[in-house]
Ligand binder design. Structure first.
Ligand code: GGG
Length: 327
């Protein structure tokens, strides 16, 4: 069976790390058909549209999508692409790899981020020169859908022991109150253990001792910010993959953005995108191949060439070749 994979590199280093991950997928014995499409700042400049209709359609119909990075047009690109695949959760694992000089080598976390609403609802207005507003949206239905996923991901049948609900319901009483209460109720109904933490307290606690946490379920913006914070504990954004999961399809992307400071230099770390490709393989139930890619990345990080973000001098292509060699 051939799997149709949409490949959308986006901007900046997305143009470098996405082909690297495709190369790794091509090295496996899996029948993929890759179709590349444009999105982002460059296509907006050329055509006036950051996300051409054909790119949206491709993501909405492919079996899975591999995305690179969004820059200035992120709101017009990555949010609609997540919608195209019907994604309601963004899974963001943040773990320290052996051999990497991490601030907190004991870190092993998974963020389950609400992926459709919150302050990324898109309801922003510039009312006057002085005043801009944003409507934060929380729905019981989206919170329930996330919670049901979290119960499967971290429930009794899994390797996890329940999850932590991160929120700020003491201040955002209605929106985060609804989020917290809904997620806690679904977990209780499913017999899944939960505890809760305020988002600001979480930021301190996770830096001091990340082993206090395992799976963290959180609203959209909190998941975006806190997973980047966790990247700082494990060696940087070059190491964090993600999976946007919907009922019938998924979109897989590194957590990092376009990195304009190094874009075009050929030294971007491809690890986050290659691990995202491993998550794509898991999603399509190629568990053996996924495990092989995870292992090859781990070995490369431990003793192979390293890009400058990890203290090395290797290029994106050197690291990609090293991963493929270890498959
Ligand atoms: N590959 C992830 C990416 O492009 N990140 C840039 C960004 O601004 N992301 C916002 C988000 O993940 O919601």
């Amino acid at each position: 069976m051939t799997h149709e994979i949409a490949v959308i590199p986006g901007d900046g280093i997305g143009q470098e790390v996405t082909p690297a991950a495709v190369e790794v997928l091509e090295a496996l014995d899996v029948d993929f058909s890759f179709t590349e499409a444009e999105a982002g700042d460059a296509v907006k400049e050329a055509t006036g549209e950051a996300l051409p209709d054909e790119t949206y359609e491709l993501a909405a119909t492919a079996d899975a999508t591999l995305f690179g990075a969004a820059g200035k047009t992120a709101a017009d690109v990555i949010l609609p692409l997540r919608e195209a695949v019907g994604s309601f959760v963004n899974i963001r694992p943040a773990k320290a790899y052996p051999g990497i000089d991490a601030v907190r080598p004991e870190t092993d976390l998974v963020f389950l981020r609400e992926n459709t609403e919150g302050v990324y609802s898109g309801h922003e207005d510039r009312l006057t020169e002085d005043v801009a507003t944003l409507t934060r949206v929380t729905t019981q239905s989206a919170s329930e859908q996330l919670a049901e996923f979290a119960c499967e991901y971290a429930g009794p049948e899994s390797d996890h022991d329940g999850f932590t609900i991160a929120h700020k319901a003491n201040v955002m009483r209605e929106t985060d109150g609804l989020f917290r209460d809904t997620v806690a109720e679904v977990a209780a109904d499913n017999g899944v253990d939960t505890d809760e933490v305020l988002i600001d307290a979480f930021a301190t606690k996770v830096c001091l001792d990340p082993t206090q946490f395992d799976v963290i379920v959180c609203p959209n913006l909190a998941g975006d910010v806190l997973s980047d914070l966790a990247a700082g504990l494990v060696g940087g954004l070059g190491l964090l993959p993600s999976a946007n999961i919907g009922p019938d399809r998924g979109l897989f992307e590194p957590v990092h953005g376009t990195a304009p400071d190094i874009a075009g230099e050929g030294v971007a770390n491809p690890a986050a995108t290659i691990i995202s490709a491993a998550m794509l393989l898991e999603y399509l139930e190629y568990d053996e191949e996924a495990a092989a890619v995870h292992a090859a990345v781990e070995e490369t990080l431990a003793d192979g060439p390293r890009t400058p973000d990890l203290g090395g001098e290797a290029s994106t292509t050197d690291v990609t070749a090293a991963v493929i060699e270890r498959l």
